[in-house]
Design a protein around this ligand. Structure first.
Ligand SMILES: *[C@@H]1O[C@H](CO)[C@@H](O)[C@H](O)[C@H]1NC(C)=O
Ligand SMILES: *[C@@H]1O[C@H](CO)[C@@H](O)[C@H](O)[C@H]1NC(C)=O
Ligand SMILES: *[C@@H]1O[C@H](CO)[C@@H](O)[C@H](O)[C@H]1NC(C)=O
Ligand SMILES: *[C@@H]1O[C@H](CO)[C@@H](O)[C@H](O)[C@H]1NC(C)=O
Ligand SMILES: *[C@@H]1O[C@H](CO)[C@@H](O)[C@H](O)[C@H]1NC(C)=O
Length: 354
């Protein structure tokens, strides 16, 4: 290489460095080339996203030891601390939107959006008597009708839509088996698609919908294998859901001639975490056995937070929730969500926001 070439290479190197450096600054301050600056986050779905909508007298999320890490006491999140919603709001650079049930008491916070998600719900009615996703979207429509929000205001808004499988557990509970499951998966994704389109038609600019996590790897399924192994049958069904969802999202973007819709790849994000090995990872948390939960009922019929009629606790709690990926038999810990959020799969998904 002669000196001219060398200088040219060096020049290119500096130029690229400058350019990349600039890109990073731009990303850090959340200014995109299209100047989309999200101001509000609207959240729909279930316990992976609920930050306190569930009724205090019914939901485990309001019982000790839920919330012990954040905010330090039970406050309606299905975790020891923060959940997906908190990390997405953080990414957008806005405060976590308040739960819908507190819209009157905390009206000053409406400017960050609202969280309509209720633990236990699905696109169809489930075993909990909480509003399904259709009704959650009705709540936003009502607030638009009441001029609490404007269609114009929604143009700078993002929606997070979480569907973590309550339709499927309800189906199995009602039907006793997984027979007829593929057809049911089709109808769940169809209903979800209708819901996503409605959120778009209300005026929300960007809509992130979660892929289904590997259900067969939740402690409720791995318990049978001493928390060592996932249920492959369940994960195969999850694959079908996720394939149909991706197709549906692509079609929605075509139909609306937009890039409004995108999938948050929670599925591969969970796998990224499960496959992490201690020695290769420094920046993201790792977990000894990611399938083993922190807080579990002492026997069937009891769950995390259960107490008997004498107030005697009927669950065991690990000594350090930070060392566990799962909090209870279905929900990640705060550390778990932090790890999911930090994965390449999730970070790459989030780039579609810009
Ligand atoms: C959602 O709930 C409402 C109110 O209970 C009900 O009328 C509607 O049929 C439900 N929607 C779906 C898709 O299950
Ligand atoms: C909002 O207003 C529209 C138009 O008047 C109406 O069709 C719709 O039912 C209203 N939605 C709710 C949730 O009240
Ligand atoms: C149970 O599965 C069968 C077989 O596909 C299906 O026809 C039926 O609708 C399901 N029942 C319920 C309650 O979902
Ligand atoms: C795996 O999950 C399916 C569907 O829930 C269930 O029918 C089956 O018994 C599970 N397999 C094992 C080995 O637990
Ligand atoms: C889709 O959007 C692009 C860019 O905004 C525009 O150039 C094109 O004409 C649109 N196509 C249709 C079919 O609306």
């Amino acid at each position: 290489m002669d000196i001219q070439n060398l200088l040219f290479s060096l020049f290119c190197f500096f130029f690229i460095s400058l350019f990349l450096g600039h890109q990073q600054v731009v990303e850090g301050s959340r200014v995109s080339p299209f100047a989309f600056r999200p101001k509000k986050l609207f959240v729909f779905g279930d316990s992976y996203a609920d930050t306190g909508n569930n009724r205090k007298d019914l939901a485990s999320s309001w019982k000790f030891p839920y919330g012990i890490t954040f905010p330090g006491k039970p406050a309606g999140r299905f975790s020891d601390g923060r959940v997906l919603t908190d990390y997405i709001a953080g990414y957008l650079g806005i405060k976590t939107p308040i739960p819908y049930r507190w819209r009157k008491e905390l009206a000053g916070r409406l400017k960050y959006g609202l969280n309509f998600a209720y633990g236990g719900t699905g696109v169809f009615d489930t075993t909990v008597a909480e509003p399904n996703m259709t009704t959650q979207i009705d709540f936003l429509e009502q607030l638009l009708n009441d001029s609490v929000y404007t269609k114009r205001g929604l143009k700078t808004s993002v929606a997070l839509v979480s569907l973590a499988g309550n339709d499927y557990s309800t189906y199995i509970a009602r039907n006793g088996s997984a027979a007829g499951f593929p057809a049911f998966i089709g109808s769940v994704v169809n209903q979800l698609t209708v819901n996503l389109k409605r959120i778009h038609d209300l005026g929300v600019r960007k809509i992130a919908v979660s892929a289904l996590q590997p259900l067969g790897c939740l402690p409720q399924s791995t318990a049978r294998f001493s928390f060592e192994q996932c249920n492959g049958t369940e994960n195969t069904l999850v694959d079908l859901h996720n394939q149909l969802l991706l197709q549906a999202v692509n079609n929605l973007n075509k139909e609306t001639n937009s890039t409004s819709f995108f999938v948050l790849d929670i599925y591969n994000a969970f796998w990224n975490v499960f496959n992490q090995k201690e020695e290769h990872q420094v920046s993201t948390p790792t977990f000894e056995n990611p399938f083993e939960p922190c807080c579990v009922g002492v026997s069937a019929g009891f769950s995390c937070g259960s107490v008997d009629e004498h107030g005697e606790k009927k669950y065991t709690l690990c000594s350090n929730p930070k060392s566990k990926f799962f909090w209870d038999t279905v929900h990640p810990t705060q550390e778990g969500w932090q790890a999911v959020y930090s994965t390449p799969a999730l970070q790459n998904s989030l780039k579609q926001l810009w």
